[in-house]
Design a protein around this ligand. Structure first.
Ligand code: UDP
Ligand code: MG
Length: 312
């Protein structure tokens, strides 16, 4: 019998879990030909999520949970899940029922036909502000134009991954993670299914704009070095212009002499060049900061408990 693991990262989901579990139960009962494993990752929740998970495990031995020692963020929580799931394939699904479990039978069907990465594309995005939708659209356009890998818009983490994909993802241990880019980086045979994304059933989205911005920067820095290239090009263009201007000033001084003038242009130049330099430094800094973090070689996450047992 083939084993399917469901990976569910949870951060403050005590309200959603009682609604999610019956849905998953319905799903598992509808597909008795498979062995099921539920792998919850408690990402340092500060509400009763861990108690809810413990209770679920008592009534259903298929429920497993990894309890992280603090909040590491969804990307890292998913990596912990990759390490712990034991299924022949894995389906990543949000705890808030925004990803409908009813889509899973279709995903499994494609998996049985030999597809190794069956991802769900949202036709609609549920309740979100127009600003978030707009920024998200711009971000994906930019990422697509600047890197060799297709990071698909309106495709989230809701997908089925074959064991070969899980093993590939487990080898990617960087700590500033952008998993959406990794799915396309690892390759394998992909298949798209579509669905309408609903709203959260309970609780509220843990992402704020600052975190989304930081995720976006992670996405850019881990999949393209285009910003560095842009700095180089801007630096080159400005140097060229500066050289031409230098010749003009030099010739003018030779031919007409050089009375002291040009304070406004001087100030403008200093401020403009200073700005460009700081900007480029910032770009370089973003990359160096990440190099620094990776060279520390810390574990990506710390597990405090796995299924009621302390991990030492
Ligand atoms: N999540 C997590 N750690 C975090 C933030 C979120 O494990 O630091 C989980 C959360 O419990 C949910 C999923 O990631 O299962 C998606 O989060 P959310 O619904 O807040 O994001 P959105 O749907 O708004 O993109
Ligand atoms: Mg959500």
């Amino acid at each position: 019998m083939k084993k399917i693991s469901l990976l569910i990262p949870c951060y403050n989901e005590e309200m959603s879990l009682p609604l999610l579990y019956p849905e998953l139960l319905k799903l598992m009962e509808g597909m008795p030909a498979y062995e099921w494993e539920l792998m919850f990752v408690n990402d340092g929740s500060i509400d009763g999520t861990i108690d809810a998970l413990r209770q679920l495990r008592q009534q259903d031995p298929r429920v497993n949970y990894v309890d992280l020692s603090r909040n590491f963020g969804k990307e890292v929580a998913m990596l912990a899940g990759f390490d712990y799931v034991t299924g022949d394939c894995m389906i990543i699904i949000d705890a808030d029922l925004q990803d409908p479990p009813s889509l899973i039978p279709e995903m499994v069907k494609w998996w049985e036909q030999g597809y190794e990465d069956v991802y769900a594309r949202r036709r609609t995005r549920g309740k979100e502000s127009w600003l978030r939708k707009f920024l998200s659209m711009r971000f994906y356009k930019m990422l697509q134009n600047s890197s060799r890998f297709d990071v698909l818009q309106n495709v989230g983490d809701f997908r089925l991954l074959d064991r070969c994909c899980i093993n590939a993802l487990k080898k990617m241990r960087e700590s500033e993670r952008y998993t959406k880019g990794m799915y396309s980086w690892i390759g394998f045979k992909k298949k798209e299914v579509t669905f309408d994304r609903g709203d959260r059933v309970a609780g509220k989205s843990a992402w704020n704009y600052r975190q989304l911005f930081s995720l976006a920067i992670d996405g850019i820095t881990s999949f393209t070095s285009l910003p560095l290239r842009i700095s180089t090009v801007i630096g080159f263009i400005i140097s060229l212009m500066a050289f031409i201007y230098m010749m003009v000033v030099f010739v003018k001084a030779l031919v007409w002499g050089d009375p002291v003038r040009g304070y406004p242009s001087l100030v403008m130049l200093i401020l403009f060049l200073g700005g460009i330099q700081l900007l480029s430094l910032g770009v370089i800094g973003e990359y160096i900061g990440r190099i620094y973090n990776e060279t520390k070689n810390r574990p990506d996450y710390i597990v405090s408990k796995f299924n009621d047992e302390r991990v030492l």
